[in-house]
Design a protein around this ligand. Structure first.
Ligand code: SAM
Ligand code: F3S
Length: 447
């Protein structure tokens, strides 16, 4: 009987990507298959996130729930990976003795050895080191799941924004060599992948070695190389840092039609005083200038961002400046969070001066505004015909398929399953709160 893995993943797209790789590594080494039923699993992996306190606390409450599962069969193994594991290391096994394996984002490829070791010795094992880019050399061949795939091109972050734990949990920026990235994407394209999202915590800092030439490839050039891979028709990337959103990246929106009309450019705040305290490395005016130029390069762009409200000392005036920036930049999508002090980060030493109720009030106002802008963006698409990559059957409704527009909006429409994995033309007929509805107008012939 094959071994079964139950995997729970929290957090960002990088974590989602890592979770898929964990499953691949264990499938290749031990024949593990993923299951949705924990009762038939003998291995539980939690891929954790520590970017905000709530996410971190969830890990410990989640672990508590697995005591009975483990007691029912003590040979069962519990592994904790991701950023909480990286931050806590050994302390995690002390705080929660149920845990057998602790591994970090850069050591997931060592899971097979870690698993054998804990099974052999019946003692917990911990490996949260940062062995640079070794991870990518040791991962099995990529496996496509559908026509859209994530491809991690760099790891870590060296920006050290004062609020953020990522540089400590994921280590410094390290880029994969260009050839290794292109080979992975070509393999995925061979398996029917038509769209890739190039991933990195600070993906604009990609600097991949080009063979032995001593030259490096930046993200803009990488996009052009990826666009030449047969079968790849659409390219996205995330997450961009505004300070490193270069002219070459702006030009790519004008020059490269395969680059999707969607950009996630986290601004965090509209107040120069707060941006300075966050050490973001740009001013509001510099941010707006880049937005203005990218809109010239790609007029139909969907612009998404991240905000933190309630950063220490954030005044009503700072918040008003953030709200004004929303209008000026014309964001149509945003992820917004209440500031959460993270141990070990510089901002954690600042007095958390904004009252709790005030933080919630600001978040509600900001989210209400963003919802209205997202609704308006979707309403504007009604009556237009959009190029949609058909990704999966729709969650509701038989005979309905779902795919995304270039601007990253989900559309549901009636169509035969044979169109899964293809680009189609869909006329948008209705805007709903989380998606669009449309009517199939045509099917694109594969290149
Ligand atoms: N690399 C991205 C960038 O350029 O800003 C950010 C990656 S971070 C994991 C994702 C988002 O989480 C950030 O953009 C920020 O809005 C939010 N975040 C990070 N640390 C936070 C904290 N301590 N409290 C609240 N939100 C936080
Ligand atoms: Fe965090 Fe700033 Fe890097 S938000 S991931 S330190 S760009």
């Amino acid at each position: 009987m094959s071994k079964k893995l139950y995997l729970i993943s929290y957090g960002c797209q990088m974590n989602e990507y890592d979770s898929a790789k964990m499953a691949d590594v264990l499938a290749a080494s031990h024949g593990y298959q993923r299951t949705d039923n924990p009762d038939e699993a003998d291995l539980l992996l939690l891929n954790t996130c520590s970017v905000r306190e709530k996410a971190q606390e969830k890990v410990f409450s989640e672990l508590g729930r697995w005591r009975e599962w483990k007691n029912a069969d003590p040979s069962r193994v519990i592994g904790v990976g991701g950023c909480v594991a990286s931050q806590e290391g050994q302390a995690l096994t002390e705080r929660q003795p149920l845990v057998d394996i602790v591994f970090g984002p850069q050591t997931l490829h060592r899971l097979p050895e870690l698993l054998d070791s804990t099974r052999g010795t019946r003692r917990p094992v911990v490996d949260v080191s940062f062995p640079e880019i070794e991870k990518f050399d040791r991962l099995p061949e990529p496996r496509a799941e559908g026509p859209s795939a994530f491809v991690s091109v760099m790891e870590g972050c060296s920006k050290y924004c004062t609020f953020c734990v990522v540089p400590y949990t994921r280590g410094a920026e390290v880029s994969r060599p260009l050839d290794s990235v292109l080979a992975e994407i070509a393999q995925l394209a061979g398996q029917g992948v038509r769209e890739v999202t190039l991933l990195g915590q600070n993906v604009n800092a990609y600097r991949g070695a080009m063979g032995d030439s001593g030259e490096v490839c930046d993200l803009a050039l990488l996009i052009h190389h990826v666009a030449r891979i047969p079968g790849i028709e659409r390219i996205r990337y995330t997450t961009s840092h505004p300070a490193e959103f270069t002219d070459a990246l702006i030009d790519a929106f004008a020059e490269e039609p395969k680059l999707a009309s969607y950009l996630h450019l986290p601004v965090q705040s509209g107040s120069d005083r707060i941006l300075g305290m966050m050490k973001r490395g740009y001013t509001r005016a510099q941010f707006l200038d880049k937005v203005r130029r990218v809109r010239v390069a790609r007029p139909d762009l969907s612009l998404s961002t991240d905000f933190i409200v309630g950063f220490p000392t954030e005044s009503e005036d700072d918040f008003v400046q953030t709200m004004d920036l929303i209008a000026e930049a014309g964001f149509d999508c945003a992820f917004s969070f209440i500031y959460s002090p993270r141990p070990g980060t510089p901002a954690a030493n600042l007095r958390d001066s904004v009252p709790e109720a005030e933080k919630h009030r600001r978040l509600d106002i900001l989210q209400g505004r963003i919802r209205a802008l997202d609704d308006a963006f979707k309403r504007n698409l009604v009556g237009t015909t959009q190029r949609v990559l058909v990704e999966r059957p729709a969650r509701k409704g038989r005979g309905q398929l779902a795919g995304r527009t270039s601007t990253n909006r989900w559309v549901n429409f009636a169509a035969p399953d044979a169109l899964l994995g293809q680009f189609v033309e869909v006329e948008i007929t209705e805007a709903l709160s989380n998606s669009l509805r449309g009517r199939l107008r045509g099917v694109e012939q594969a290149a």
